[in-house]
Design a protein. Structure first.
Length: 98
């Protein structure tokens, strides 16, 4: 009887190098994808935080604008003038026409 020899195919150095390079490229691709995803998440969180701060500052500005309008109203000015002893005299007002 003849013994059947198994033909085992061994990988050459070039094939080993290519397989190793392929695995390293795959690992590198996944690493870059995770890094970019984490960076994107951080940037989105920063954007949301800044947007919240902008909205908060805008509401403060609106509130202060309303306070300015209240303080410059005619009634408030009239009260301040009376407290200071000044009077509103209609005869001293000059209207200019163009």
């Amino acid at each position: 009887m003849k013994k059947n020899k198994k033909n085992s195919k061994k990988l050459t150095k070039g094939e080993k190098f290519l397989y190793t390079l392929g695995v390293l490229a795959l690992i590198g691709t996944f690493s870059v994808q995770v890094f970019v995803g984490a960076t994107t998440s951080n940037i989105k969180m920063d954007i949301e935080e800044l947007s919240y701060k902008i909205d908060k500052q805008q509401s403060k500005n609106d509130s202060l604008a309303m306070q300015v309008n209240e303080l410059t109203s005619y009634e408030n000015l009239d009260n301040v003038l009376k407290d200071m002893g000044l009077a509103y005299n209609n005869e001293n007002i000059i209207v200019l026409d163009k």
